[in-house]
Ligand binder design. Structure first.
Ligand code: NDP
Ligand code: HSE
Length: 433
Protein backbone atom coordinates (compact mmCIF):
# COMPACT_ATOMS: atom_id res chain seq x y z
CA UNK A 1 0.00 0.00 0.00
CA UNK A 2 1.07 3.63 -0.59
CA UNK A 3 3.19 4.88 2.34
CA UNK A 4 1.72 7.42 4.75
CA UNK A 5 4.03 10.43 4.98
CA UNK A 6 4.85 11.92 8.37
CA UNK A 7 6.06 15.46 9.08
CA UNK A 8 7.81 15.66 12.44
CA UNK A 9 7.94 19.08 14.12
CA UNK A 10 10.77 19.12 16.69
CA UNK A 11 13.68 16.76 17.19
CA UNK A 12 14.64 17.21 20.83
CA UNK A 13 14.25 14.80 23.76
CA UNK A 14 10.98 13.32 22.45
CA UNK A 15 11.38 13.87 18.68
CA UNK A 16 14.71 12.03 18.55
CA UNK A 17 13.11 8.96 20.13
CA UNK A 18 10.13 9.16 17.75
CA UNK A 19 12.56 8.99 14.81
CA UNK A 20 14.42 6.05 16.38
CA UNK A 21 11.20 4.08 16.97
CA UNK A 22 9.90 4.84 13.46
CA UNK A 23 13.13 3.34 12.03
CA UNK A 24 13.54 0.42 14.42
CA UNK A 25 9.93 -0.72 14.21
CA UNK A 26 9.21 0.18 10.60
CA UNK A 27 8.14 -3.33 9.50
CA UNK A 28 5.90 -3.95 12.52
CA UNK A 29 4.34 -0.50 12.28
CA UNK A 30 3.57 -1.02 8.57
CA UNK A 31 1.91 -4.36 9.37
CA UNK A 32 -0.13 -2.85 12.21
CA UNK A 33 -1.27 0.18 10.20
CA UNK A 34 -1.71 -1.56 6.85
CA UNK A 35 0.67 0.90 5.15
CA UNK A 36 4.33 1.91 5.69
CA UNK A 37 4.97 5.07 7.75
CA UNK A 38 7.60 7.23 6.05
CA UNK A 39 9.27 10.35 7.48
CA UNK A 40 8.84 13.18 4.95
CA UNK A 41 10.80 15.79 6.92
CA UNK A 42 11.77 17.08 10.36
CA UNK A 43 11.40 20.74 11.31
CA UNK A 44 13.91 22.09 13.83
CA UNK A 45 15.18 25.49 14.97
CA UNK A 46 18.89 24.79 14.30
CA UNK A 47 19.38 22.84 11.09
CA UNK A 48 23.16 22.58 11.50
CA UNK A 49 23.16 21.02 14.97
CA UNK A 50 24.74 17.52 14.96
CA UNK A 51 22.06 14.89 15.60
CA UNK A 52 22.97 11.22 16.07
CA UNK A 53 20.84 8.87 13.95
CA UNK A 54 19.03 11.64 12.03
CA UNK A 55 19.44 11.89 8.24
CA UNK A 56 20.52 15.53 7.62
CA UNK A 57 18.56 15.72 4.36
CA UNK A 58 15.29 15.35 6.31
CA UNK A 59 15.94 18.48 8.41
CA UNK A 60 14.39 21.84 7.61
CA UNK A 61 13.80 25.16 9.35
CA UNK A 62 10.72 25.79 7.15
CA UNK A 63 8.12 24.19 9.42
CA UNK A 64 5.18 25.90 7.69
CA UNK A 65 6.35 24.65 4.28
CA UNK A 66 6.67 21.13 5.70
CA UNK A 67 3.21 20.91 7.29
CA UNK A 68 1.46 22.18 4.17
CA UNK A 69 3.34 19.91 1.74
CA UNK A 70 0.68 18.10 -0.37
CA UNK A 71 2.33 14.69 0.07
CA UNK A 72 2.27 14.86 3.92
CA UNK A 73 -0.57 12.89 5.60
CA UNK A 74 0.18 13.21 9.32
CA UNK A 75 1.90 15.94 11.37
CA UNK A 76 3.53 15.10 14.72
CA UNK A 77 4.23 18.16 16.89
CA UNK A 78 6.89 17.82 19.62
CA UNK A 79 8.17 21.40 19.70
CA UNK A 80 6.23 22.51 22.79
CA UNK A 81 5.00 25.98 23.85
CA UNK A 82 2.20 28.04 22.33
CA UNK A 83 3.69 29.53 19.16
CA UNK A 84 4.65 28.51 16.53
CA UNK A 85 3.16 25.12 17.57
CA UNK A 86 -0.45 26.38 17.46
CA UNK A 87 -0.17 28.02 14.01
CA UNK A 88 1.60 24.97 12.61
CA UNK A 89 -1.05 22.56 13.90
CA UNK A 90 -3.84 24.82 12.57
CA UNK A 91 -2.13 25.06 9.16
CA UNK A 92 -1.73 21.27 9.15
CA UNK A 93 -5.41 20.60 9.90
CA UNK A 94 -6.51 23.25 7.39
CA UNK A 95 -4.54 21.28 4.79
CA UNK A 96 -6.40 18.09 5.82
CA UNK A 97 -3.58 16.43 7.78
CA UNK A 98 -4.21 14.38 10.93
CA UNK A 99 -2.20 15.64 13.88
CA UNK A 100 -0.54 14.13 16.93
CA UNK A 101 0.83 16.38 19.67
CA UNK A 102 2.46 16.05 23.11
CA UNK A 103 1.89 19.74 23.86
CA UNK A 104 0.00 20.02 27.17
CA UNK A 105 0.68 23.75 27.51
CA UNK A 106 -1.04 24.50 24.20
CA UNK A 107 -3.94 22.05 24.70
CA UNK A 108 -4.67 23.45 28.16
CA UNK A 109 -4.44 27.07 27.04
CA UNK A 110 -6.24 26.94 23.72
CA UNK A 111 -7.54 23.43 23.11
CA UNK A 112 -10.88 24.87 21.93
CA UNK A 113 -9.26 26.42 18.84
CA UNK A 114 -7.44 23.19 17.98
CA UNK A 115 -10.48 20.94 18.48
CA UNK A 116 -12.60 23.45 16.53
CA UNK A 117 -10.17 23.22 13.60
CA UNK A 118 -10.20 19.40 13.73
CA UNK A 119 -14.02 19.46 13.59
CA UNK A 120 -14.11 22.05 10.79
CA UNK A 121 -11.58 20.26 8.60
CA UNK A 122 -12.63 16.68 9.45
CA UNK A 123 -9.21 15.64 10.78
CA UNK A 124 -7.96 13.71 13.81
CA UNK A 125 -6.15 15.30 16.77
CA UNK A 126 -4.58 12.83 19.24
CA UNK A 127 -2.57 13.85 22.33
CA UNK A 128 -1.94 10.86 24.63
CA UNK A 129 1.66 11.96 25.39
CA UNK A 130 0.54 15.32 26.77
CA UNK A 131 -0.36 13.87 30.19
CA UNK A 132 1.71 11.38 32.19
CA UNK A 133 4.15 10.44 29.38
CA UNK A 134 4.01 6.73 28.61
CA UNK A 135 0.98 5.94 30.77
CA UNK A 136 -2.12 5.13 28.70
CA UNK A 137 -4.57 7.46 30.41
CA UNK A 138 -6.27 9.77 27.93
CA UNK A 139 -7.48 6.99 25.63
CA UNK A 140 -8.97 5.04 28.57
CA UNK A 141 -10.81 8.24 29.61
CA UNK A 142 -11.80 9.15 26.07
CA UNK A 143 -12.80 5.64 24.93
CA UNK A 144 -12.78 2.83 27.53
CA UNK A 145 -14.57 4.81 30.27
CA UNK A 146 -16.84 6.85 28.00
CA UNK A 147 -19.85 4.70 28.98
CA UNK A 148 -19.26 5.26 32.71
CA UNK A 149 -19.73 8.24 35.03
CA UNK A 150 -16.31 9.44 36.24
CA UNK A 151 -16.48 11.49 39.43
CA UNK A 152 -12.82 11.89 40.42
CA UNK A 153 -9.38 11.89 38.81
CA UNK A 154 -6.52 12.38 41.26
CA UNK A 155 -2.83 11.81 40.76
CA UNK A 156 0.84 12.62 40.54
CA UNK A 157 1.33 14.03 37.04
CA UNK A 158 4.66 15.82 37.39
CA UNK A 159 7.78 13.70 37.75
CA UNK A 160 10.16 16.51 38.74
CA UNK A 161 8.16 17.61 41.79
CA UNK A 162 7.54 14.01 42.84
CA UNK A 163 11.28 13.39 42.70
CA UNK A 164 11.97 16.49 44.85
CA UNK A 165 9.33 15.65 47.48
CA UNK A 166 10.43 12.00 47.57
CA UNK A 167 14.06 13.03 48.20
CA UNK A 168 12.99 15.48 50.93
CA UNK A 169 11.05 12.65 52.59
CA UNK A 170 13.52 9.79 52.17
CA UNK A 171 16.85 11.55 52.74
CA UNK A 172 15.84 14.63 54.75
CA UNK A 173 17.18 16.89 51.98
CA UNK A 174 15.96 20.50 51.87
CA UNK A 175 13.98 21.80 48.89
CA UNK A 176 16.96 23.51 47.15
CA UNK A 177 19.22 20.49 47.56
CA UNK A 178 16.54 18.11 46.19
CA UNK A 179 15.88 20.47 43.25
CA UNK A 180 19.60 20.58 42.39
CA UNK A 181 19.64 16.76 42.40
CA UNK A 182 16.59 16.66 40.07
CA UNK A 183 18.32 19.08 37.70
CA UNK A 184 21.57 17.08 37.74
CA UNK A 185 19.61 13.93 36.81
CA UNK A 186 17.88 15.77 33.95
CA UNK A 187 14.36 15.54 35.40
CA UNK A 188 13.94 19.28 35.97
CA UNK A 189 14.55 21.93 33.33
CA UNK A 190 17.37 24.48 33.79
CA UNK A 191 14.44 26.84 34.50
CA UNK A 192 12.27 24.56 36.63
CA UNK A 193 9.45 27.11 37.18
CA UNK A 194 6.80 25.23 35.18
CA UNK A 195 7.38 22.09 37.26
CA UNK A 196 8.04 23.60 40.71
CA UNK A 197 5.26 26.21 40.56
CA UNK A 198 2.72 23.64 39.36
CA UNK A 199 2.05 25.09 35.87
CA UNK A 200 2.92 21.77 34.16
CA UNK A 201 0.63 19.80 36.50
CA UNK A 202 -2.15 22.41 36.14
CA UNK A 203 -2.11 22.08 32.34
CA UNK A 204 -2.37 18.29 32.70
CA UNK A 205 -5.18 18.64 35.28
CA UNK A 206 -7.17 20.79 32.82
CA UNK A 207 -6.79 18.15 30.07
CA UNK A 208 -7.80 15.32 32.44
CA UNK A 209 -10.84 17.17 33.84
CA UNK A 210 -12.07 18.07 30.37
CA UNK A 211 -11.89 14.45 29.21
CA UNK A 212 -13.27 12.93 32.42
CA UNK A 213 -16.23 15.28 32.87
CA UNK A 214 -17.02 16.18 29.20
CA UNK A 215 -16.81 19.89 29.92
CA UNK A 216 -14.46 22.69 28.88
CA UNK A 217 -11.60 23.27 31.35
CA UNK A 218 -8.55 25.43 30.62
CA UNK A 219 -5.31 25.95 32.57
CA UNK A 220 -6.65 29.32 33.76
CA UNK A 221 -9.55 27.50 35.51
CA UNK A 222 -7.20 25.39 37.63
CA UNK A 223 -6.37 26.45 41.19
CA UNK A 224 -2.58 26.11 41.31
CA UNK A 225 -0.03 26.06 44.14
CA UNK A 226 3.52 24.73 43.68
CA UNK A 227 5.97 23.10 46.07
CA UNK A 228 8.50 25.92 46.55
CA UNK A 229 7.11 26.68 50.04
CA UNK A 230 7.13 23.07 51.26
CA UNK A 231 9.67 22.95 54.09
CA UNK A 232 11.57 20.14 55.80
CA UNK A 233 9.35 20.92 58.84
CA UNK A 234 6.21 20.18 56.75
CA UNK A 235 7.72 16.87 55.63
CA UNK A 236 8.63 15.98 59.24
CA UNK A 237 5.15 16.97 60.45
CA UNK A 238 3.56 14.79 57.75
CA UNK A 239 5.82 11.92 58.81
CA UNK A 240 4.74 12.34 62.45
CA UNK A 241 1.12 11.91 61.28
CA UNK A 242 1.96 8.80 59.22
CA UNK A 243 1.67 10.86 56.03
CA UNK A 244 3.80 11.89 53.06
CA UNK A 245 3.62 15.14 51.04
CA UNK A 246 2.82 14.87 47.30
CA UNK A 247 1.94 17.44 44.64
CA UNK A 248 -1.44 16.20 43.43
CA UNK A 249 -3.72 17.16 40.58
CA UNK A 250 -7.28 16.66 41.82
CA UNK A 251 -10.31 16.88 39.53
CA UNK A 252 -13.72 16.39 41.16
CA UNK A 253 -17.25 16.40 39.88
CA UNK A 254 -19.02 18.24 42.71
CA UNK A 255 -22.41 16.67 43.44
CA UNK A 256 -25.64 18.62 43.71
CA UNK A 257 -28.85 17.59 45.48
CA UNK A 258 -30.42 15.06 43.14
CA UNK A 259 -28.61 16.35 40.00
CA UNK A 260 -26.73 13.60 38.16
CA UNK A 261 -24.15 15.77 36.47
CA UNK A 262 -23.35 17.69 39.62
CA UNK A 263 -23.14 21.33 40.56
CA UNK A 264 -19.89 21.81 38.69
CA UNK A 265 -16.29 20.68 38.70
CA UNK A 266 -13.37 21.51 40.95
CA UNK A 267 -9.88 21.30 39.47
CA UNK A 268 -6.80 21.99 41.58
CA UNK A 269 -3.08 21.35 41.91
CA UNK A 270 -1.38 21.79 45.28
CA UNK A 271 0.76 19.96 47.84
CA UNK A 272 -1.22 17.43 49.86
CA UNK A 273 -0.51 15.23 52.88
CA UNK A 274 -1.66 11.67 52.21
CA UNK A 275 -1.41 8.63 54.50
CA UNK A 276 1.60 6.38 53.84
CA UNK A 277 -0.86 3.54 53.31
CA UNK A 278 -2.46 5.36 50.33
CA UNK A 279 -1.35 3.83 46.98
CA UNK A 280 -0.16 7.25 45.73
CA UNK A 281 2.24 7.46 48.72
CA UNK A 282 4.28 4.59 47.29
CA UNK A 283 4.92 6.40 43.99
CA UNK A 284 8.63 7.19 44.27
CA UNK A 285 11.21 9.22 42.34
CA UNK A 286 10.02 10.70 39.02
CA UNK A 287 7.17 8.22 38.43
CA UNK A 288 3.57 9.30 37.81
CA UNK A 289 0.35 7.64 38.96
CA UNK A 290 -3.29 8.58 38.49
CA UNK A 291 -6.41 7.32 40.26
CA UNK A 292 -9.70 7.38 38.41
CA UNK A 293 -12.95 6.78 40.29
CA UNK A 294 -16.01 5.96 38.24
CA UNK A 295 -19.53 4.94 39.20
CA UNK A 296 -19.53 1.44 37.69
CA UNK A 297 -15.81 0.71 37.17
CA UNK A 298 -14.93 1.67 40.75
CA UNK A 299 -11.34 2.76 41.45
CA UNK A 300 -8.67 2.35 38.77
CA UNK A 301 -5.00 3.23 39.07
CA UNK A 302 -2.63 4.04 36.19
CA UNK A 303 1.10 3.99 36.97
CA UNK A 304 4.35 4.38 35.05
CA UNK A 305 6.96 6.70 33.57
CA UNK A 306 5.51 10.18 33.18
CA UNK A 307 8.40 11.75 31.28
CA UNK A 308 11.56 11.05 29.30
CA UNK A 309 12.27 10.67 25.60
CA UNK A 310 11.53 6.97 25.03
CA UNK A 311 8.45 6.66 27.32
CA UNK A 312 6.88 9.80 25.82
CA UNK A 313 7.73 8.65 22.28
CA UNK A 314 5.91 5.37 23.02
CA UNK A 315 2.71 7.35 23.61
CA UNK A 316 3.33 9.46 20.48
CA UNK A 317 3.80 6.30 18.37
CA UNK A 318 0.58 4.82 19.77
CA UNK A 319 -1.28 7.92 18.58
CA UNK A 320 0.54 7.87 15.26
CA UNK A 321 -0.56 4.29 14.59
CA UNK A 322 -4.14 5.15 15.61
CA UNK A 323 -4.46 8.15 13.28
CA UNK A 324 -2.66 6.28 10.48
CA UNK A 325 -5.14 3.39 10.80
CA UNK A 326 -8.00 5.88 10.66
CA UNK A 327 -6.60 7.32 7.43
CA UNK A 328 -6.17 3.87 5.91
CA UNK A 329 -9.77 2.97 6.85
CA UNK A 330 -11.15 6.38 5.86
CA UNK A 331 -12.49 7.02 9.38
CA UNK A 332 -11.86 9.45 12.24
CA UNK A 333 -11.33 9.03 15.95
CA UNK A 334 -13.72 10.45 18.55
CA UNK A 335 -14.21 14.22 18.44
CA UNK A 336 -13.91 16.52 21.46
CA UNK A 337 -16.79 16.10 23.93
CA UNK A 338 -17.72 19.12 26.07
CA UNK A 339 -21.51 18.75 26.04
CA UNK A 340 -21.90 18.72 29.86
CA UNK A 341 -21.00 22.41 30.04
CA UNK A 342 -20.38 22.38 33.80
CA UNK A 343 -19.13 25.46 35.65
CA UNK A 344 -15.66 25.33 37.23
CA UNK A 345 -16.28 26.10 40.91
CA UNK A 346 -14.13 28.53 42.90
CA UNK A 347 -11.50 27.05 45.22
CA UNK A 348 -13.35 28.53 48.22
CA UNK A 349 -16.16 25.98 47.60
CA UNK A 350 -13.81 22.98 47.52
CA UNK A 351 -14.23 20.71 50.51
CA UNK A 352 -11.21 18.96 51.97
CA UNK A 353 -9.26 18.46 55.22
CA UNK A 354 -6.39 20.57 56.54
CA UNK A 355 -3.21 20.36 58.57
CA UNK A 356 -2.39 23.69 60.24
CA UNK A 357 0.83 24.40 62.19
CA UNK A 358 0.88 27.39 64.53
CA UNK A 359 3.74 28.88 66.55
CA UNK A 360 2.02 29.93 69.75
CA UNK A 361 2.69 31.15 73.27
CA UNK A 362 2.49 28.13 75.60
CA UNK A 363 0.16 29.40 78.34
CA UNK A 364 -3.31 28.64 79.74
CA UNK A 365 -6.26 29.48 77.48
CA UNK A 366 -4.28 29.52 74.20
CA UNK A 367 -5.70 26.22 72.93
CA UNK A 368 -9.24 27.36 73.79
CA UNK A 369 -8.82 30.59 71.78
CA UNK A 370 -7.35 28.73 68.83
CA UNK A 371 -10.24 26.24 68.95
CA UNK A 372 -12.68 29.19 69.07
CA UNK A 373 -11.26 30.58 65.83
CA UNK A 374 -11.95 27.24 64.08
CA UNK A 375 -15.45 27.00 65.62
CA UNK A 376 -16.31 30.57 64.57
CA UNK A 377 -15.91 29.53 60.91
CA UNK A 378 -17.60 26.17 61.36
CA UNK A 379 -14.39 24.17 60.83
CA UNK A 380 -14.44 21.05 63.00
CA UNK A 381 -11.15 19.88 64.56
CA UNK A 382 -10.24 16.19 64.29
CA UNK A 383 -6.94 16.14 66.22
CA UNK A 384 -4.59 18.51 68.07
CA UNK A 385 -0.97 17.90 68.93
CA UNK A 386 1.50 20.16 70.74
CA UNK A 387 5.18 20.01 69.91
CA UNK A 388 7.79 21.78 72.07
CA UNK A 389 6.92 24.07 74.97
CA UNK A 390 7.45 27.60 76.30
CA UNK A 391 8.57 30.03 73.59
CA UNK A 392 9.12 27.11 71.16
CA UNK A 393 5.60 25.66 71.36
CA UNK A 394 3.89 24.61 68.15
CA UNK A 395 0.28 23.51 67.84
CA UNK A 396 -0.58 21.13 65.02
CA UNK A 397 -4.28 20.95 64.18
CA UNK A 398 -5.89 18.51 61.76
CA UNK A 399 -9.46 19.32 60.73
CA UNK A 400 -12.41 17.36 59.46
CA UNK A 401 -13.67 18.18 55.96
CA UNK A 402 -14.55 21.86 55.49
CA UNK A 403 -14.84 24.35 52.61
CA UNK A 404 -11.56 25.96 51.58
CA UNK A 405 -13.11 29.41 52.05
CA UNK A 406 -13.93 28.63 55.71
CA UNK A 407 -10.38 27.43 56.33
CA UNK A 408 -8.91 30.59 54.73
CA UNK A 409 -11.13 32.74 56.97
CA UNK A 410 -9.99 30.73 60.02
CA UNK A 411 -6.34 31.22 59.10
CA UNK A 412 -6.85 34.97 58.60
CA UNK A 413 -8.49 35.12 62.04
CA UNK A 414 -5.58 33.18 63.62
CA UNK A 415 -3.03 35.54 62.02
CA UNK A 416 -4.74 38.46 63.80
CA UNK A 417 -4.47 36.86 67.23
CA UNK A 418 -1.70 38.08 69.55
CA UNK A 419 -1.32 34.52 70.98
CA UNK A 420 -0.34 33.20 67.52
CA UNK A 421 3.23 34.18 66.70
CA UNK A 422 3.06 32.67 63.23
CA UNK A 423 0.88 30.43 61.09
CA UNK A 424 3.84 28.24 60.15
CA UNK A 425 2.09 26.15 57.50
CA UNK A 426 -1.29 25.20 56.09
CA UNK A 427 -1.57 22.06 54.00
CA UNK A 428 -4.52 20.12 52.67
CA UNK A 429 -4.97 16.46 53.65
CA UNK A 430 -6.47 13.73 51.41
CA UNK A 431 -7.37 10.12 52.20
CA UNK A 432 -9.83 8.54 54.61
CA UNK A 433 -10.49 10.33 57.89
P1 NDP B 1 12.95 19.80 23.46
O1 NDP B 1 13.17 21.19 23.94
O2 NDP B 1 13.92 18.75 23.82
O3 NDP B 1 12.81 19.80 21.87
C1 NDP B 1 12.12 20.79 21.17
C2 NDP B 1 12.40 20.64 19.69
O4 NDP B 1 11.64 21.61 18.99
C3 NDP B 1 13.87 20.88 19.30
O5 NDP B 1 14.27 19.94 18.36
C4 NDP B 1 13.87 22.29 18.69
O6 NDP B 1 14.80 22.45 17.67
C5 NDP B 1 12.49 22.31 18.06
N1 NDP B 1 12.00 23.67 17.92
C6 NDP B 1 11.92 24.64 18.84
N2 NDP B 1 11.41 25.75 18.31
C7 NDP B 1 11.15 25.48 17.01
C8 NDP B 1 10.63 26.22 15.92
N3 NDP B 1 10.27 27.48 16.07
N4 NDP B 1 10.50 25.60 14.72
C9 NDP B 1 10.88 24.31 14.56
N5 NDP B 1 11.38 23.56 15.56
C10 NDP B 1 11.53 24.13 16.75
O7 NDP B 1 11.46 19.40 23.95
P2 NDP B 1 10.93 17.97 24.39
O8 NDP B 1 11.25 16.99 23.33
O9 NDP B 1 11.34 17.69 25.79
O10 NDP B 1 9.35 18.23 24.46
C11 NDP B 1 8.57 18.32 23.29
C12 NDP B 1 7.09 18.32 23.68
O11 NDP B 1 6.79 17.12 24.36
C13 NDP B 1 6.66 19.46 24.60
O12 NDP B 1 5.36 19.85 24.27
C14 NDP B 1 6.67 18.80 25.97
O13 NDP B 1 5.79 19.42 26.89
C15 NDP B 1 6.18 17.41 25.61
N6 NDP B 1 6.53 16.38 26.56
C16 NDP B 1 7.84 16.20 26.90
C17 NDP B 1 8.18 15.23 27.81
C18 NDP B 1 9.60 15.00 28.19
O14 NDP B 1 9.84 14.13 29.05
N7 NDP B 1 10.57 15.69 27.60
C19 NDP B 1 7.15 14.40 28.46
C20 NDP B 1 5.81 14.64 27.99
C21 NDP B 1 5.52 15.62 27.08
P3 NDP B 1 16.40 22.40 17.94
O15 NDP B 1 16.68 20.96 18.19
O16 NDP B 1 17.00 22.91 16.71
O17 NDP B 1 16.62 23.26 19.14
N1 HSE C 1 8.54 18.24 33.28
C1 HSE C 1 7.57 17.20 33.22
C2 HSE C 1 7.68 16.33 34.47
C3 HSE C 1 7.77 16.40 31.95
O1 HSE C 1 8.58 16.53 35.29
O2 HSE C 1 6.83 15.46 34.66
C4 HSE C 1 6.58 15.60 31.55
O3 HSE C 1 5.51 16.37 31.15
Amino acid sequence: MKPLKIALLGCGVVGTEVVRLLHEQAADLAARVGAPLELAGIAVRRKDKRREGIAPELLTTDATGLVTRPDVDIVVEVIGGIEPARSLLLDAMKSGKSVVTANKALLAEDGATLFGAAREHGTDIYYEASVAGAIPLLRPLRESLVGDHVHRVMGIVNGTTNYILDKMDSSGAGFSEALEEAQALGYAEADPTADVEGFDAAAKAAILAQLAFHTRVTAADVHREGIADVTSADIASARAMGCVVKLLAICDRVPSEGGRNGRGVSVRVHPVMIPRTHPLASVREAYNAVFVEAQSAGSLMFYGAGAGGAPTASAVLGDLVAVARNRVNGTRGPAESTYADLPVLPMADTITRYHVSLDVADRPGVLARVADAFAEHDVSIQAVRQEGYGQEAQLVIVTHRAPDGALSATVANLRDQEIVREVASVMRVEGDE
